[in-house]
Design a protein around this ligand. Sequence first.
Ligand code: B1M
Length: 213
Amino acid sequence: MADLNILYESIVNGKLESAVEITEVAIAEGYSPQEIINNYMIKGMEEMGQRFQDGKAFVPNLLMSARAMKGSLDLLKPLLVGSTASYIGKVVIGTVKGDLHDIGKNLVGSMLEGCGFEVINLGTDVSSEKFVEAVKEHKADIICMSALLTTTMLYMKEVIAAIAAAGLKEQVKIMVGGAPVNMKFATQIGADGFSNNANNAVVIAKELMGIEK
Ligand code: B1M
């Protein structure tokens, strides 16, 4: 039987191979991807954040942990993606300019995909111009912005201003998220929705599309 504490330890210690190995076993044994992600992988990254803050871990450690997390996530992603014949809405998602954190954003994107949205992932360090272009090009219903730094979250306001300046505010709903972002901030900058986790992001996105839960 899979000991998922090994997965937690592998993320914390940045061990890609053992993270992948134990994830494969867990999948074969029928663990749900949500349980694996929420109870072990995210907890491992949170522990690394704490250690980093306490000066007990450094950027290379974070990178190793992120690599291990990505390895496991790549295996779980196909299980999150459902088989939808037609999409319920189109989402453009990206981490805002100046910010390179993408694990949480990718998780949100995968969950949205799994729940029937078409997702256009713009990556990290995304400028307001790129968001505007993508909304126009893909005729997106929702923009999801992610930020993990207290400095870069401020850029979300600039993106919203650029969307308004391009005359797109009535056309597209704007959702924000990421560790330092909260409901108060989301309201202040004029976002239509906020979520502090990937599961709830789907609920909010559906609400914004006018779809019953
Ligand atoms: Co950095 N980092 N980091 N980092 N990093 C944090 C964010 C930090 C809190 C660590 C700490 O000090 N405790 C801190 C920020 C402090 C602050 O601003 N208050 C920090 C710092 C300071 C930095 C650097 C400045 C360090 C340096 O260079 N001196 C630097 C900045 C680089 C840059 O972006 N320009 C930096 C770099 C990095 C790495 C590149 C090494 C690496 C990222 C690798 C990668 O993403 N590919 C990294 C990591 C791994 C972290 C921590 C440890 C983990 C982040 C993570 O992946 N969490 C993080 C500490 C922490 O968060 N505890 C930290 C797991 C992920 C699943 O959660 O991203 O929160 P999260 O996503 C959640 C929710 O927030 C929400 O749903 C997700 C799933 O539940 N969500 C959304 C996220 N986006 C959403 C969008 C939505 C909705 C919900 O749309 C609507």
